[in-house]
Design a protein. Structure first.
Length: 131
């Protein structure tokens, strides 16, 4: 079970090049999130990287939303944004029995206006209190 460090280095190079463009940076993080999510059980470093890129993307979310709104106003360009970081990290924490962290992820998403996450947090809170 060797750690896929070459892929991480390649990802990091792409991220460095995209650093000044929040939408491209978000897109690259989303690719990393998908790649690491399906492999997170294969190696501890992949799991660590998965959580790391999810957290980076979650922190970037307000800037991505602002940039998308700016593009819409300036160029009339409407973007459909997707934040898989919240969804996948919520699922991961829930599967691991780390309910407090899962609820925190859902509440953060809800605070940013992402649909369905307030209900996810409430549902999980209810299930945990019943057990």
């Amino acid at each position: 079970r060797s750690c896929p460090r070459p892929q991480f280095a390649e990802f990091d190079d792409e991220l460095r090049r995209a650093n000044s463009d929040p939408l491209l940076y978000h897109e690259l993080l989303s690719d990393q999130i998908e790649w690491t999510y399906v492999r997170r059980h294969m190696h501890p470093r992949v799991l660590e990287r998965f959580v790391e890129v999810c957290r980076k993307d979650m922190a970037l979310t307000p800037a991505v939303i602002r940039e998308a709104k700016t593009l819409r106003k300036r160029e009339g360009q409407k973007l459909r944004l997707s934040f898989s970081s919240f969804k996948h990290l919520f699922i991961h924490y829930e599967e691991e029995g780390r309910y407090r962290e899962a609820i925190e992820v859902a509440e953060r998403a809800a605070d940013l206006g992402l649909k369905g996450y307030a209900e996810k947090a409430q549902d999980l809170r209810s299930r945990v209190s019943r057990s």
